[in-house]
Design a binder for this molecule. Sequence first.
Ligand code: G4P
Length: 537
Amino acid sequence: MSTDTPDTPPSPLERDIQRRRTFAIISHPDAGKTTLTEKLLLFSGAIQIAGSVKARKASRHATSDWMEIEKQRGISVASSVMQMEYGDCVINLLDTPGHQDFSEDTYRVLTAVDAALMVVDAANGVEEQTLRLLKVCRARNTPIITFVNKMDREVKEPLALLDEIEQTLGMSLVPMTWPVGMGKSFRGVMDLQHDRMRVFKAGADKMENAGDEVVDGLSNPILAERYGLDFQNASGEMELLREATPALDREAFLSGRQSPLFFGSAVNNFGVQEVLDALVALAPPPGERQAQERTVQPTEPKFTGVVFKVQANMDPAHRDRIAFVRVSSGRFQRGMRLKVTRNGKEIRPQTVVSFLSQRRELVDDAVAGDIIGIPNHGVLQLGDTLTEGEMLHYTGLPFFAPESFRTVELRDPLRSKQLRQGLQQLGEEGAIQVFTPVAGGSLMLGAIGQLQFEVVLHRLKGEYGVEARLDPCRFSIARWITCADEAKLKKFIDSEPLRIAHDVVGAPAFMVQYSSDLRVTQERVPDIQFHSMREHS
Ligand code: G4P
């Protein structure tokens, strides 16, 4: 951020950027991510009635055909963006699909945020999907705030839970609140920062903490009197923790080594306000971003941004394709001319949208940290950098080597053009990875999770009128290949026509059935690098 001194007051742009907090909410399915999202919106005043996020989920099902699959399986396929104001801040909240079959989408969403809010189900502890997502956050040093949910249920002992989270996630937790009791005898949380206890009251109707009873002073004898053993236990635990846990260190938090920990019950609107306050107080404003050419500061006056997600046909009636752009620097204003640096094309989008209070609204003004949506017909691709003219290329958008493969066969051979077009678009969108063998033959699809195949078949039929069939594929491993020496790479590609295919952006991948095949080849051609992840560049 800028180095403001008393002599140079921040510019309006710097002030606006300083107010931004952009974060993703991550969890294993069913931990309560949707419920907490909704309560955050409710507490910030962005929505008036609880239930509207879930209702929106439901209405999306009604209007969007391909999301039938989502409805059937009760999972959220698409990530979405919501903006709200709270206190002095503008919060951009990015939802992520909980189901691991769509985790690639989530990984990319995580590149667009400055912090993450992790929801853990207190009964189940750290679950598989949380662990995978956390690894991505750790790799990027994303600061994480932890919310342990469902304290109104019989759950794990808080100390055991804390230990489990610390061990599995490899970072230290610093309790900001601590629970008194659980399940039927959940009494509330001790607020360690403000030396008070917030008393639990069940109910999803209250809009803010105003209705909650707060008892000041954790040494206040009333607490021990009223909550007896539960309070004694919690105090004992806190005593232990005071010795064992460090104080919150902002630097350690910002580099992802420490996470502030909160307890609550999202469905009962309990503990939500503390999380919202922490997001505003602790989470960082937008930081610098790395491009191939240079590091870009958010407060640079010129607009730059990166497409981290493309979603086709959000509204089947309009067959639109929306590119989600994280503003990386400067200010976006309607009517601006933008350069797509991948191919130098200029665009002048007229109907750029923001996501205020979950409605799509025309953008008047967006600054670094904000997310804008640009409807287009394929001009914008995942990973594209947009600028006011500078040839910049942001790095870091990950594509992972698929873990399952299928070949695609058409039921009606006359529709091969539509099949190619559909797969190209779905591939560019990141819904699936598409590989074209250099030796010709059927296209191959690669996915991280099985459900991606089902979604693609469904969408090919619904959106492109193509009936396709997926057959087993002889490959089970793909590795992108690079070499410092172009000639060596070409020689290797020419020598392996049956085991090399290109993905949608033309990057070559080496494909084998067994990991032993891969090992043998790696030993044979030590100059060639084999990558399980490709960064968009
Ligand atoms: P997700 O987005 O992470 O998948 O989870 P979601 O919010 O949909 O919540 C999963 C289930 O957990 C929901 O119940 C929800 O009501 C419940 N839940 C969320 N927070 C709490 C909490 O603090 N305490 C308790 N006891 N339950 C909580 P459901 O039966 O699947 O759906 P619904 O019919 O209640 O909406």
